[in-house]
Design a protein around this ligand. Structure first.
Ligand code: ATP
Length: 204
């Protein structure tokens, strides 16, 4: 099974990395694909360019073979729809099972995504409980609390999983940097170093 974590990663932080590792350990995932999106359908454009967000992702995970950065959404034009990404992954690796990792805040908007039912035909969803967010309230018929069930069918289950509760967000990190404060210990040192070198997220 392969974990897919999509996001703006503006910038990547320990709230992404530690929770993805929690899921990897619980489910025994072979790898976690980090898929930076180019043009988010449901939110404002990322503040950094795709190239800068990608450089930060590589700085964060290149020393860990469990993580792989997947650039297919950056290379595709138009809106970054998860359905298109899953279709292309499926056609490349038809024998693999894909688990889409989502924070509970992201899952709360899942029903408004582009063709959510077709997404569930191609992948399982693993909902990582974020601080202050309730249990999944949509798609009850897909819900399971048994991690082993995900190995018994190729797609279509939604598994809520407790993960390390890290109240870290990219928004908070951008605000700290904009105010001249340090976000150290909320993201890998190598990522912060690159932010400093490239003078990213400076206000004004
Ligand atoms: P922003 O603050 O800019 O909205 P973010 O910190 O939520 O960004 P994204 O790149 O938008 O980061 O998130 C990608 C995915 O990672 C989403 O599914 C999101 O729910 C999840 N995620 C982000 N931060 C955490 C966290 N601290 N704990 C669990 N999941 C998280």
């Amino acid at each position: 099974m392969i974990g897919i974590l999509g996001g703006t990663f503006d910038p990547i932080h320990y709230g992404h990395l530690r929770t993805a590792l929690d899921v990897q350990q619980t489910l025994g995932l072979e790898e976690i694909r980090l898929v930076p999106l180019r043009d988010p359908p449901h939110r404002a454009h990322p503040t950094l360019s795709p190239a800068d967000r990608l450089a930060l992702l590589h700085a964060a995970v290149d020393d860990n073979p469990l993580f792989r950065v997947d650039t297919r959404e950056l290379e595709r034009s138009g809106k970054s729809y998860t359905l298109d990404t899953l279709r292309s992954l499926r056609s490349e690796q038809p024998g693999d099972t894909f688990c889409l990792l989502l924070g509970s805040d992201a899952f709360n908007g899942f029903h408004t995504w582009h063709r959510p039912d077709e997404i569930l035909e191609l992948a399982h969803l693993v909902v990582m409980q974020r601080p202050g967010e309730a249990e999944p309230a949509h798609y009850h018929e897909h819900l399971t609390h048994n991690p082993a069930a995900l190995k018994q069918q190729a797609a279509g289950l939604i598994l809520p999983l407790p993960v390390t509760q890290l109240e870290i967000s990219a928004t908070g990190i951008r605000e700290m940097l904009g105010q001249g404060n340090s976000p150290r210990y909320l993201l890998p040192d190598a990522v912060l170093e690159l932010i400093r070198q490239k003078r990213l997220y400076r206000s004004g």
